[in-house]
Design a protein around this ligand. Structure first.
Ligand code: PSU
Ligand code: MN
Length: 307
């Protein structure tokens, strides 16, 4: 089954979608650029298992050989993990050329939302989204993820955003674009490694059923765009804010010093923070993704019941 000549929906996901069963999309930048091998592959496979254990079918999204893939085989996940940062990070503007040239691409939140929507998948679990960078009033560095949330009908379940970004400006931008931001069990936007950021979200919802109902109403009202759910990292894996914030400040200082810009900025900052925290952040990163995968599977199941 294919709704688009460039799109391949994996058989398991296609069967689930055709039967009205829950499917959860996952991104691949987190595999190729977000974690080292082999933890990236182990995590990607473990996340798929968590989704299955919670009653949904996983569909990891990527571009392979110029094909838009909704659902990958274990070999394809292995390939993306081993090839790592040599797989080009693919945001919206990268898609046409990568596909035309038959290249690979690691999908960001933006392109994962796009491909999920093409495939008919409504729920997507990830770690953190891109946003408005600190200093954006000068650099204009604002992630395409925010525009995609405004346009594409997919619920993104994340652990908030890292304070490599300006979280206050990120929320302002989302408000301007009409994106509903929901805290899961919290009134505060979590900051990825920590449960708190000091910034309030629009709404607090407390169950997968409530999330599903809000998204369902958005669809029935024909409101375009997605919805952002910020699910705080479990307490026992959350980091000391002083440690993580010092690492982030240092990473931003180095990026400015070296003149890092454009699509390299986010990967540079993430890699630097990881180095500076000696991998203690990796464990947290892995567990917050697990936590989001579980919530996404339950929400996808609840959404199917409403249809
Ligand atoms: N933030 C994270 N981890 C990530 C990313 C962002 O904490 O892995 C990745 C996601 O794929 C996100 C992308 O969609 O980086 C945003 O990149 P940019 O800022 O260049 O739009
Ligand atoms: Mn950017």
């Amino acid at each position: 089954m294919s709704l688009n000549k460039y799109l391949d929906i994996a058989p398991e996901a296609a069967a689930a979608l055709a039967a009205g069963k829950p499917v959860v999309a996952l991104e691949s930048t987190i595999i190729s650029h977000g974690m080292p091998y082999p933890q990236n592959v182990e995590t990607a496979l473990a996340v798929e298992k968590i989704i299955r254990d919670n009653g949904a079918v996983p569909a990891t999204v990527a571009i392979i050989g110029g094909r838009l893939k909704a659902g990958l085989s274990e070999q394809e996940i292995n390939y993306l993990g081993k090839t790592g940062a040599k797989v080009p990070k693919a945001s919206r503007r990268d898609l046409p050329v990568l596909v035309a040239k038959g290249m690979d691409g690691a999908t960001t939140v933006t392109t994962t939302m796009m491909i999920a929507a093409m495939a008919g998948i409504s729920i997507f679990a990830t770690g953190g989204i891109g946003g408005v960078h600190r200093g954006a009033e000068v650099t204009m560095d604002i992630s395409a993820d925010l525009e995609e949330l405004a346009e594409t009908p997919v619920m993104v379940i994340c652990a908030g955003a890292k304070s490599i970004l300006d979280l206050g400006l990120t929320l302002e931008y989302l408000e301007t674009k009409g994106v509903t931001v929901i805290g899961y069990g919290t009134e505060e936007l979590p900051a990825f490694y920590t449960r708190k950021s000091g910034f309030q979200v629009d709404y607090r919802l407390d169950t997968p059923e409530e999330l599903a109902r809000a998204f369902h109403v958005k669809q029935e009202l024909n409101l375009r765009g997605g919805m952002l759910v910020a699910n705080p990292i479990p307490e026992r894996f959350s980091m000391d804010p002083a440690v993580i914030n010092a690492a982030i400040d240092e990473a931003i200082r180095e990026a400015n010093e070296r003149g890092v810009h454009g699509k390299a900025t986010t990967p540079f900052l993430l890699a630097k923070v990881k180095d500076l925290t000696e991998g203690s952040s990796l464990e947290s990163n892995i567990h917050l993704v697990y936590n989001n995968a579980e919530l996404a599977a339950k929400t996808a199941a609840a959404l199917c019941k409403l249809k």
